[in-house]
Design a protein around this ligand. Structure first.
Ligand SMILES: Nc1ncnc2c1ncn2[C@@H]1O[C@H](COP(=O)(O)OP(=O)(O)OP(=O)(O)O)[C@@H](O)[C@H]1O
Ligand SMILES: [Mg+2]
Length: 452
């Protein structure tokens, strides 16, 4: 690709020489004799880098710069300054020019600058492209569902995406709360900041506070340097607070202040930092019950639940099972280089009648396993390894090797403990004597749902 330079300078001899240098370097040039001509040219043609002399009759370089910036704030503009116009060069930088060069110009220097600016612009464009590709991955196309319940969800997602409102997503484990949170962020437009997620149930109280709000060096023993919190990292974008139901009341108070006042105070700091972040919270707990039990603050609930999205369990939208099966087969085919074409009628019957306690995640896991086992192109009942209607791990003798048997026992034991702890994962992890994050991993691996 040729670099296209817009050059505006009223000194004819200098300009002609400069044009020749640029052309010799293999660049395209739009040469303008003064500011007015340049303004006309930018309305007509696109360019990669603009070189503007500051002092020109008609419209000076600053005026042309303003015009360029109003059309494209990302434009790369280098100013040419002569003795006595350095002050104006500084102003130009403030207005968005990226560099300036003193006259008399050393052509080698300015060629380097042009190439640098061109590279920057190209990398930036590539980056934007990758970002929007990523957004596409998390947009609607990967959230499968045509049931009326899911259509309502899509409708709300679409509407809320263009606002700044906080959102509370509820639903059982594996129903797609995180994918919906991603979709809301993606649809809010590529210009938004980052999507930053944190699992409030997997982090101890003290640490959660410093993760969210950041800390100052020395504010506690291990704080060896200042650290930015996730609120600041998510500036201009979305902070996804997963498993908000597990946040302690003390931390809820601080979070409430942050969402109410739109500012935070890092741990150990005395200064507030203002923030512009959309909060999306998710939980599989019944927060109204938690409020009654005094474990969740009502005021925070209303601040987060400006828009509520409830994800139906898979059992409530059985119409979607067929589509989801098709989707997961396609995804796994390309991931594993397989060529499955579908499931047998009998297998579909089993999938439809099964009680999906782990919802979409469990269905996804079952299909992934089935595709690994499948010998033919069609997935059969024995490939999916579902027995009866409650456990997605095959207990028939044919598959009962030691590893499977251990998984079955592990799954049942974890389910038992979770039930005993009424779904409280921190408590269950303590009882099981494993870390909370290990418990989360096992829940995912073993396809455990939350409606034990
Ligand atoms: N509608 C859907 N279409 C396609 N895939 C989905 C859908 N819903 C969920 N999934 C997939 O199922 C898995 C679980 O989804 P996700 O992590 O969003 O669930 P969750 O509700 O956050 O669960 P948990 O409460 O356990 O964190 C993910 O791999 C996700 O890609
Ligand atoms: Mg989740």
């Amino acid at each position: 690709m040729k670099i296209k330079v817009l050059l505006a300078d009223d000194e004819k001899t200098f300009k002609d020489m400069f044009v020749k240098v640029l052309v010799d370097e293999g660049m395209d040039v739009i040469a303008c004799d003064d500011g007015l001509e340049a303004i006309e040219a930018i309305g007509r043609e696109s360019f990669d880098v603009a070189i503007l002399d500051i002092q020109m009759p008609g419209a000076d370089g600053i005026k042309v710069l303003r015009e360029i910036m109003s059309r494209d704030p990302e434009a790369r503009v280098v100013m040419l300054t002569a003795f006595g116009t350095v002050e104006m060069a500084v102003e130009a930088i403030k207005l968005g020019a990226c560099d300036y060069v003193m006259k008399p110009v050393m052509f080698d220097d300015i060629l380097i600058k042009i190439r640098q600016q061109y590279q920057y612009r190209r990398l930036k464009a590539e980056n934007e492209e990758l970002k929007s590709e990523l957004h596409g991955r998390f947009g609607f196309e990967n959230i499968i569902g045509e049931s009326s319940a899911m259509r309502r969800v899509f409708d709300t997602v679409q509407k809320v995406a263009n606002t700044h409102s906080n959102v509370l997503i509820t639903g059982d484990s594996g129903t797609g709360k995180e994918v919906v949170a991603h979709a809301i962020h993606s649809l809010s437009g590529v210009k938004a900041g980052r999507f930053v997620a944190i699992n409030c149930g997997a982090i101890s109280e003290g640490l959660l506070e410093s993760e969210l709000f950041g800390h100052k060096r020395g504010s506690f023993t291990s704080a060896i340097a200042d650290k930015k919190g996730l609120f600041e990292t998510a500036e201009g974008g979305t902070l996804f607070l997963d498993e908000i139901g597990y946040m302690t009341v003390a931390c809820q108070v601080k979070l409430l202040r942050a969402v109410e006042e739109r500012c935070i105070m890092p741990v150990g700091s005395t200064e507030t930092v203002s923030i512009n972040v959309r909060v999306i919270a998710a939980t599989n707990r019944d927060l109204l019950n938690e409020i009654k039990a005094g474990r969740f603050r009502e005021d925070l609930y209303y601040r987060l639940n400006v828009v509520g999205i409830h994800l139906p369990s898979l059992g409530e939208r059985k119409d979607d099972i067929g589509l989801l099966v098709e989707h997961f087969i396609k995804v796994n085919n390309s991931k594993m280089g397989k060529n499955c074409t579908g499931v047998s009628d009998e297998a579909m019957q089993v999938l439809m009648n099964y009680e999906w306690k782990g919802n979409v995640r469990e269905l996804q896991n079952v299909l992934e396993r089935a595709i690994i086992f499948a010998e033919g192109d069609i997935i059969t009942v024995s490939d999916i390894g579902l027995t009866g209607s409650g456990s997605s791990i095959d207990t028939s003798e044919t598959r009962e090797n030691l590893q499977d048997a251990m998984r079955i026992y592990e799954r049942e034991h974890i389910l038992r403990v979770l039930k005993k702890c009424e779904g409280d994962k921190s408590q269950a992890a303590k009882t099981l004597n494993i870390g909370l994050s290990s418990l989360y991993r096992k829940i995912t691996e073993l396809g455990i749902g939350d409606d034990k």
